[in-house]
Design a protein around this ligand. Structure first.
Ligand SMILES: [Zn+2]
Length: 524
């Protein structure tokens, strides 16, 4: 009988972890977009790309500079109130509600409020939450959720802030107030509200701003949502109960107006995408590209939690960049000669709204119509052994068969997103590629619902996600990370070597973006 537990740490696992350490140590100060530490992280990635024999593919070197505008709320000179019967009832910023600086707000707004339930108008799905309501000049109030009748990817797509604003603008509204869904909050209000004082960013190129024209945006603490519903005969409890039971939500004009004064400190910063190319070997296919991506930025230095102000972002997403670097290194060591080229891209600005990838998709450093696929890694969470691979977008394109084949070879089961309500398919950089028509996938270490592993993942999210404790002092399963790198490496090769280009499934909602994609351009 053997009673000795032995942990064998392979060289590959050590190297993966060493990249995590290099990117997520306290000296990197959380790699905020635009910070000097993010630049250092980008230079580290560029150096590793060089060691892995990748060609510089950022335009002029490995680095592609990206310009941003920044906005930071000046709360001392801002105010938010509900006006009922001519009487203003102030809302406390930080406690009742917060302004969102993701949009460029008007300095002052006063407008009627209309509760629109889920706040969706999707004719092709026969959903119209605006029916019978006048939204002209109004601020819409909605529960940040989508009906369960929609498939996961549709919930994700139509639930996004950008898509929502297109609907509200078309209905004549001037802004939106979002009531966070207490059933699907990744992090509790008490923690998320701390981030409100951090600068928000948008791409400096106004053509890439999806919320142009939005004058007002705020998020409401669900525990205080009844302040909005006073005098309506409705309660937030009742609305949540209807959502839980999949009954239609009530929709009605609120007997109150919102009055807001917003003071904003504005600035500009530059940050970095980093791109390196493994040139393909097939004369016909080498000018086609499989993009392997992971975001490099995190949240920087912020409000302290437990005495720690550095948001290291070890799992989010030093871990994913490390997996990408390890993949490139292993391909180099094995002298891999993929038919198509593999383009590795570390993107900035993900935490600010997937902005670096959006910029790259708008200004790709290779011809856009030659990018055949994107495989993204964001916080793959190697917290327990990798037995099941979670694939976001599994059933949307025939990349699903590639990932199934690779997983089978590696003895892994495959699952689609077990929690579609968390909108993960649009919540990372793959979505920037999807929106210009490129088939994409993202992968994580999977788990069955209600399993011990699900509990570990949930606990991690509640305690460490976007918190300073996502640092180098946390239990990680190095074997799972190693296995994940195997998947990423083999999948990139598999896609690069398949005879035909990947395509969207005919049933996929996202297929439509192929035609919507702007004409291909390659720009330095
Ligand atoms: Zn994040």
């Amino acid at each position: 009988m053997l009673a000795v537990a032995t942990t064998i740490v392979h060289a590959d696992q050590k190297r993966w972890w060493s990249h995590v350490e290099a990117l997520a140590n306290d000296g990197m100060k959380g790699r905020n977009t635009g910070s000097p530490e993010h630049r250092r992280a980008a230079e580290y990635v560029a150096a590793q790309f060089g060691r892995a024999g990748l060609e510089p593919a950022g335009g002029g070197g490995y680095i592609q500079p990206v310009k941003f505008r920044t906005r930071q709320i000046d709360e001392a000179h801002s105010s938010l109130a509900l006006v009922r019967n001519g009487k203003a009832e102030p809302l406390t910023l930080g406690e009742d509600a917060n302004f969102s600086m993701r949009i460029d707000p008007s300095p002052s707004v006063e407008a009627p409020l209309v509760f629109v339930g889920y706040g969706l108008n999707i004719p092709e799905q026969h959903i119209n939450d605006f029916e019978g309501l006048n939204l002209k000049g109004a601020v819409v109030v909605y529960l940040s959720a989508t009906p369960k009748s929609l498939s996961g990817p549709l919930q994700a797509h139509f639930g996004s802030a950008g898509e929502r604003w297109q609907m509200y603008k078309a209905a004549g509204a001037i802004g939106a107030m979002t009531i966070s869904n207490p059933r699907a909050m990744d992090i509790p209000w008490s923690r998320s509200t701390l981030a409100r004082l951090q600068p928000s960013m948008s791409l400096a190129d106004p053509a890439l701003d999806e919320t142009a024209g939005q004058q007002f945006a705020a998020t409401v603490n669900p525990a205080h949502a009844d302040k909005l519903f006073a005098g309506t005969g409705h309660t937030f409890q009742e609305i949540l109960a209807a959502m839980d039971a999949s009954r239609p939500l009530p929709r009605f004009a609120l007997p109150a107006r919102v009055k807001a004064t917003v003071a904003v400190n504005r600035g500009e910063v530059e940050s970095q995408n980093v791109a390196g190319l493994l040139r393909g070997s097939d004369p016909k296919r080498r000018d086609e590209y499989v993009v392997v991506s992971a975001h490099l930025d995190h949240l920087g230095v912020g409000e302290p939690i437990g005495g720690d102000r550095i948001y290291n972002g070890a799992m989010d997403n030093a871990s994913g960049v490390a997996a990408m670097l390890e993949t490139a290194a292993e391909l180099h060591e094995r002298r891999a000669q993929p038919a198509r080229s593999i383009l590795f891209v570390a993107v900035t600005g993900e935490e600010k709204g997937e902005l670096g990838s959006k910029y790259f998709a708008a200004h790709p450093t290779v011809p856009r119509d030659r990018i055949v696929a994107n495989v993204n890694t964001d916080m793959f969470l190697p917290l327990f052994p990798l037995k099941t691979l979670m694939v976001l977008g599994l059933d949307e394109s025939d990349l699903g068969s590639d990932v199934r084949a690779v997983a089978k070879d590696l003895g892994l089961a495959v699952q689609a997103d077990p929690e579609p309500q968390r909108n993960r398919f649009v919540r990372s950089d793959q979505y920037s590629f999807i929106k210009v028509g490129i088939p994409a996938l993202a992968m994580k270490v999977g788990y069955e619902a209600n399993s011990p592993q699900a509990a570990i993942a949930a606990k991690w999210t509640a305690e460490r996600y976007h918190a300073p404790s996502d640092d180098l002092q946390q239990p990680i399963d190095l074997g799972a990370a190693d296995k994940y790198v195997d998947v990423l490496r083999e999948l990139a090769l598999h896609i690069a070597n398949r005879p035909d280009r990947p395509k969207w499934n005919d049933t996929s909602f996202f297929k439509r973006f192929v035609n919507a994609a702007p004409t291909a351009t390659a720009r330095p």
